[in-house]
Design a protein around this ligand. Structure first.
Ligand code: FEO
Length: 397
């Protein structure tokens, strides 16, 4: 196994998880990687580790370069188990002189592994340590993705270890952005932000402002998932700048589930109205499309039109699941509307409206419900809803 060089004397020593298909409710159809990096200097440093089940991959990659016992420092940019699960084994093997982590990282490490005896060295934003020829400086990035998260920057190499930020759940034999299909890369970058970071967009915004203010020169971004940004790190930064400002593309999503096709008929009629207005849109039937794939589309959408029939005084289960997931991620700055069929009690449209109100969506139609099966006049009302949403989107541009 040849070592994978990232920069002179900096190596990728992570692990590729070809099998993982679920990441706390997010479908990872292309697997992922857990990236870890080894810096060979007077103080040999391991930046991040991997998921526990892939510990042997990390150890064998390190052994191709150096005896693990020669590692002096471990940097823990993030405590979530996909990056720290193997720490007890690694600490035991390496017996590091120091483990660098943020203040919140220190607490989280104690609460995960219960080792008071590890040689923690708590760092804060702006702290810098010397490894010999290189230095590492730290930037706390609270809530990207957890309270403990931080970045580590190597100014001599203009290299940023960005932890979860700028990552993609993408298992590949390639390690760099210029080696993979660009459409796939953008798709996975988008899906990752949508499903992991949407909620923390205000933090992303502040962080990008801070990085600009610090005038950090960045030649390369090494996230902890997916490929390394070496050809064009600005691509990832520009995408994050757009997403953290909640700028939609002017398009609409009709997200629905249906019991006996009535709600589906309404969805298609709304689609006709949008089509008439020249609005790009997608129909997303939750029976066939995973919640995290829908969220990926929500990130860039400007209108969300939600449809569900009423079942047992509530929503169909897949819509309830999706709403719970989306409410947690809190997308903002979008137009909303609701529709659905019912048999007798008919609560679904009210429930959808309440959820959208709670999410602070701009509801531009009171919503429309149809008893059992829509007739021509009902479908015409749905087409009108599509027209109204289309017009509102054009005005918003
Ligand atoms: Fe990749 Fe928040 O862990």
């Amino acid at each position: 196994m040849n070592p994978i060089t990232v920069k002179d004397n900096i190596y990728w020593v992570g692990a590729i998880d070809w099998d993982v298909r679920d990441f706390h409710g997010y479908s990872t159809n292309r697997g992922t990687t857990y990236n870890a990096f080894l810096i060979i200097d007077e103080k040999v440093t391991l930046v991040d580790t991997v998921k526990r089940s892939l510990t042997s991959d990390l150890i064998s990659r390190i052994k191709e370069i150096i005896d693990p016992e020669k590692i002096d420092y471990i940097v823990v940019n993030h405590v979530e188990m996909d990056h720290s699960g193997c720490l007890p084994e690694m600490v035991n093997l390496i017996k590091p002189e120091k483990i660098f982590c943020s203040k919140m990282g220190h607490q989280a490490l104690l609460q995960h592994f219960h080792h008071q005896d590890w040689p923690y060295e708590v760092v804060k934003s702006g702290d810098e340590i010397c490894l010999g020829k290189r230095s590492l400086s730290f930037l706390e990035t609270r809530m990207l993705h957890w309270p403990d998260s931080m970045f580590t920057y190597v100014k001599e190499d203009k290299l940023l270890f960005s932890s979860d930020a700028f990552g993609q759940h993408l298992a590949t034999s390639e390690r760099f952005d210029d080696q993979v299909d660009q459409a796939v890369l953008l798709e996975e970058l988008t899906k990752y932000y949508a499903n992991i970071l949407t909620l923390y967009s205000p933090n992303v915004k502040k962080l990008l402002e801070k990085v600009a203010e610090m005038k950090l020169e960045i030649d390369m971004i090494c996230p902890d998932h997916g490929v390394i940004w070496r050809a064009d790190p600005t691509k990832a930064i520009k995408s994050y700048s757009k997403w953290c400002n909640n700028i939609g593309d002017g398009n609409a999503l009709i997200i629905y589930d249906t019991m006996w096709h009535s709600t589906e008929m309404m969805a298609k009629a709304i689609s006709t109205g949008l089509q008439d207005e020249g609005i790009s849109h997608k129909l997303m039937n939750l029976r066939y499309i995973h919640r995290s794939d829908v969220m990926q589309e929500v990130l860039n959408a400007s209108a969300l039109i939600l449809g569900s029939p009423t079942l047992n005084n509530g929503l169909l289960p897949r819509m309830a699941d999706f709403l719970m997931y989306m409410r947690g991620l809190r997308p903002t700055n979008k137009i909303g509307a609701a529709f659905g069929s019912y048999g007798w009690s008919g609560e679904s449209v009210r429930l959808l409206n309440e959820a959208m109100t709670e999410m602070k969506l701009d509801i531009i139609d009171e919503g429309f419900r149809v008893k059992y099966v829509p007739e021509a006049s009902d479908l015409s009302r749905c087409v009108d809803m599509g027209h109204a949403i289309g017009k509102a989107l054009k005005e918003k541009k």
